[in-house]
Structures are given as C-alpha cells and as structure tokens.
Write a protein that binds this ligand. Sequence first.
Ligand SMILES: Cc1ncc(C[n+]2csc(CCOP(=O)(O)OP(=O)(O)O)c2C)c(N)n1
Ligand SMILES: [Mg+2]
Length: 666
Amino acid sequence: MIPAPAASPELARLCVNTLKFLAVDAIEAANSGHPGLPLGAADLAYVLWSRFLRHDPADPHWPDRDRFLLSPGHGSMLLYGLLHLSGYDLPLDELKRFRQWGSKTPGHPEVHLTPGVEVTTGPLGQGFANGVGMALAAKMAAARFPGLFAHRVWALVSDGDVMEGVAYEAASLAGHLKLGNLIYVYDDNRITLDGGIDEAFSEDVVTRFESAGWRAERVDGHDHDALAAAYARAIAQDEKPTLILARTIIGHGAPSKSNSHKVHGEPLGTSETAATRKALGWGDETFVVPDAVRAHFAARAAEGATARAAWRTHEARWFDAHPERVETYRAMRDRVAPQDLLQQLLAAVPAATDATRGLASVLEQRVAALMPSLVGGDADLGGSTKTPIKDSPKVRAGEFLGRNLRFGIREHAMGSLANGMALYGMFVPFTATFLTFSDYMRPAIRLAALSQLPVVHVFTHDSVFLGEDGPTHQSVEHVSALRLIPNVHVWRPADGVECAAAWASAATRRDGPTELILTRQKVDALPESEGRGERAAKGAYVLVREEGGAPTVVILATGSEVGLAVGAAKALNAEGERVRVVSVPCMELFFAQPRAYRDEVLPAGVRRVSVEAGRTDLWRGWVGLDGLALGVDHFGASAPAPVLAEKYGLTASAVTARVRAFLRGE
Ligand SMILES: Cc1ncc(C[n+]2csc(CCOP(=O)(O)OP(=O)(O)O)c2C)c(N)n1
Ligand SMILES: [Mg+2]
C-alpha cells in the first residue's frame, strides 16, 4: 500500500536514530567515511523507504520495483543501513566491515557487489544522470507493455550532483521528455566538502529546474509530514519530473559538528560520537537495531512481498490478454541475442567496400531486427555516425515506443543515460558520436566498465583521416585511452567481416561496455579466407600468411591501416621477404585467448611492426624494444586525408619503405 500509513512519531524517531547510529558506528569502526549525509538525510530517506518505495527486499530484481539511487555515493552508509533494515541480503556483520577488504559495504556503493544497490555512485553527477536513463527506460518499457508496470525512479541527490555539468544536461533532457516517473529528493544542506556552497553556487535552483520543465518545491527535510506530502504530490502526477529541495542540516544531531563541512567526510571521533549519542538519547552499545525498528521494517518488507506476488499474478493475466507480446517480453527481459548472431551478421556483410561506419551501420540494422532490446541514439551526429535504427520512430515526450533516442548535443548525459538504461534492464543501449568526443563520455564509460554494464559506444571519424575538419576533431590518443580503461572491449574493425565480428561481440556482451571505433573514410577490401569472421572474433588473427618458410616479420595493424599492412606485405614479399599480416580488431579479446592460439598468431622470436593511425605507446608492448611502431604521435592538421597520409608516412609505399629499412637495420 502506497503511501503506507505513518508510524508513531516515537517509532519514526527510533528508526531514524537507528539509521543514524548504524552509519556513525560503521564509520567510527572503519575510522573512515562520511557521516554528514547519513545524519542529515536519515529523515527524508526514512520517510521515503518506509512509506513510499515500492520494493521487495527478497527479490532485488523484481522488474516492477521502484528504483532508488543514492547519487552522492559518499553517503553509502545511509544506503547500507536502509538495505540492512529493509531485509536485503546485507547482514549486520557486513555493516561492521564497512570499507574493508572483501566486504559488501565498499566506500561508495557498487552495483555488482551489493544486493539492492541499483547503481555504482561516487563521481558526483553521474547518479543523477543515470536515474534519468532509468526513468527513460521505464517509460520505454511501459510503452512496449502498456499496463504491465507501475514503478518510478527515486533518487537522493546532493549539492555536488546539482552543481555538476552532467546533471544539467540530464535534467534538461528529463524535462524535455517529461519524465514524470522521476522523483529526486535534493539533500539541500548548503554544505560541501570544503565549506558552504555560498562560496561557489548561488543560482536559484527552483527556477532553474522549473525552466527545464520540472516540478520543484521546497520542504523542511527533517519534517516527516512535509516530506510525505511532497512525495505524495510527486507520485500523484506523471506530467513532469520532480525535484524536492529538502532543506536539511548536514550532520543533524551531532552537537558541535553539524551544519559544518567538518562533518562531511571524517568520522565524528570519540567525543563527538558520545555527545551525539547523548543528544539523541542513544545508548553506548554500537550497531544496535531495536526490536520495534526491526518489526516495523519487516512489516514493510512483507507488504513489498505481497505487492510483488500481486504483480506476478497481474503479469500472468497481462500475458493471457496479450499473448502476442510474450515472445518480445521474454526477449527483452532476458536481453536475448540469437545464438548464431555472428553467422547471421557475416551473411549480411555488404559485398561492396565502404567506410567502416557504413559497413557497421548495415550490420547494426541487422542486430536491431534480431534484438528488440537494442535501442540507442546519438548526440546530434546520426547523419554522420549512420546509427539511427531504420523504420523506427524517434522517442519524444509521450511517445516512447520508438528505438531512436535524440540525446541532443549532450555527450556527457548520453553516456550516463545509457548506463542508466542498461542498469534498468530490458535494453542494450548504444550511443554514437565522433571518437574525439569520447572524452566527454569517459566518466560514464569508466563506470560502465566498473559496473559491468552491457552498453555499446559507437565512435566514428576515428583518426587524422577524417581530414579537413582538422586536429580538434582528429583522434590521436583516443583509441589507446579507451583501451586503458579496464574491462572495456575496444574494437577497431578493418572491413565488413570484422564489423560483423565487432557487432556480434558488442550485442552479446553482458559484463562490460564495447567500443566500436569506425572510420569516416572508405577502407580497402581485404583478402578473403575460410573462417575469417570466426577468427576475427578472437580479437586478432593471421590475415595474410607468409609463404615459403617461417615469417621474417609480422605486421600488426587495425582498422583502416590493415589495408596498408597488406599492401606493404605484398611489396616486400615480391622482394623476397616472408611477411605475415596480423589484424588486431580487438586487443582485449586476443589477450583472453589461450596461450597456444596467441603463440600461433604471434610466433616468438619474429620481429614485429605495428601500424595504427594513433599513439604508438601501447603498441610498443606488442612489438618489443627491437620492434617498430608506426602511428601518429602528434596532433593532426586540417588537410585532405590523402595529404595527411603522405605527410605522416601512412601510405602503403611509405609503410613498405619504413619496414624495409627496419628489416635492414637502418
Ligand atoms: C566528480 C566528483 N568530484 C569531486 C568529488 C569529491 N567529493 C566527494 S563529496 C564532495 C562534496 C560533496 O558535497 P555534497 O554533494 O553537498 O555532499 P554533502 O557534503 O552535503 O554530503 C566532493 C567534492 C566527487 N566524489 N566526485
Ligand atoms: Mg551538501
């Protein structure tokens, strides 16, 4: 039942104090953490969790649950306290091991570690934007299965979140799309890490959000009735996203440290802890949960279980009434990809050669036809990235059936919204823009990797060879920079077959993001051989095998430079060399292959050369100290691509000459 009736003021006070002291005690035990937020926001969180949040702690993945995000992840102990009291699989012992090795209570919440945590947060602003992605996904799910779902996205956000640029972008989009299922409670304490917000932040937040199409209202963040009334108003409508500015006192209850930045990020310390216990009438025993508090939260959990059971019945009836939707629902719920996706994509590779953005576009259309989960969009470059899904409308306010998202020119939000959509479930989102602008998405890509999210990032115009737009737009370091993020798969396919392997891998990967790095310019046709697509799927493979004995040199290349390597091999072989060309569309997958395969592709003791139109540093590990790494280690220039190729020594004849000289020891 929502809202659930209020507990007595005494019981409510007891619950709030329990949350406060679980946080204080855990932070004291760890001698590290952030007590200010849990103390200041315990009231607003308690009212939300005990009366409004629709969830069942016994099933953290129930599709029709409300999502709750703690965007200021530094307040993690508040969330762990709520999860523990609510009955998630997070025993008190885990709270006692806050911030310790191997615990489920890391310093900042991590979605893949802790049941009930919906999103990894810590970098301020990201959670705010992730929630917008979740609310968008919820609208899109509701449009596909009308009447099946009734959940909302709630988040606690903080001064830092409201200040961060990514949140401006996301808020703007949320208002534009009229995401009325989004309700943010702003812990408006006017204090941040170093001091008061008045040092750096003075805009009228209400006006700002209202102008972006939100409902915004101010309440006393310690007044339970006022909070409940504001929450009730928010859920009574579905017209606009809501921001509730809950005025709070950071460190509420700590007599000498509250309302000061000193309580933001350090343990209270022995004497202030004792003073806080005294002020709030709390005993000396640590990690206490009074029976009445346990019983109160258990009753809420029971209501959650009842709601979930009722929804399961509703779900079954819904499918009886809509049998034609069952298959799509299952495919989306489980984000199913066809077992033989690679074969299907290989069969769809265009015969004519093209830029890899064009080839990948054809294959993406095939994936979209096979996987209803695939949705995505671009930051106003769809005409260039060629990623819009054909025959599907654009998502607009009130029209969420389409599969094409218009993020506007908001790369930061695009990355973070995609993460939120992936976290929501049902969708495998993709984003698209130029590779240079991956810098604007890097925080989100890093979090997608850490959180093991199935997101596909399409990046086109991948090197100096985009030409005339010049060095502001020409990627030099970006491919390497993306490879440096752990758990990211970076594909730079060389032709249609490799694009098929790349899309098949991207669309089926479920434990991390995939980057598809594509050219603006046409690539060369490559020599065909049996099973090349399957070999490309291994991340690196022998594209041209040497003849007449062991290889004298191996040339490694990616993307548009594979054609150069093939040209150089041809020329050098005519001179009596025995050149092997290894195409490396995805380094990370090659490293995951068994040792025997890697040794077979890259035999020990053979000299190596790499060619990639970007920074060479990473390649030095492949070619060794006695190898040759050809690339671009400086910013590019505004000129036609063929001129840049001449100037930078990246033509087939220049590569041939440089490898020849290298082999001669010059
Ligand atoms: C992107 C980013 N920048 C900086 C930080 C470091 N940091 C953590 S908390 C914090 C201050 C946050 O203030 P606020 O959001 O108001 O939280 P409160 O102090 O009220 O708990 C800062 C600067 C961060 N976590 N993320
Ligand atoms: Mg603050």
